[in-house]
Design a binder for this molecule. Structure first.
Ligand SMILES: [Zn+2]
Length: 84
């Protein structure tokens, strides 16, 4: 089981990237944004909140995740692409 900290990035321009964010209800519940059957866990690069739990690395490429706790936009570290 690998755990990665994502990279905080500036807010992407609208329409340029796919951005995933939790609903306020889901964020308040404290769970991860996505939970699957993969092998990688991704945390917010700023506040370390777990955003993606047990996902496949290939599932999260090219997607920007907004942290439900601190609002930071995160993208997976590019070097994970070589670890598929
Ligand atoms: Zn955060």
């Amino acid at each position: 089981m690998a755990q990665f900290d994502m990279m905080p990035i500036p807010a992407p321009e609208e329409g340029t990237r796919s951005v995933l964010a939790l609903t306020p209800e889901a964020a308040a519940a404290g769970g991860p944004m996505i939970s699957g059957a993969g092998t990688a866990t991704f945390r917010c690069g700023r506040c370390k909140r777990v955003i993606l739990k047990d996902v496949g690395v290939e599932q999260v490429q090219e997607v920007v995740f907004q942290c439900p706790k601190c609002g930071t936009f995160n993208e997976p570290p590019p070097w994970t692409q070589s670890r598929r």
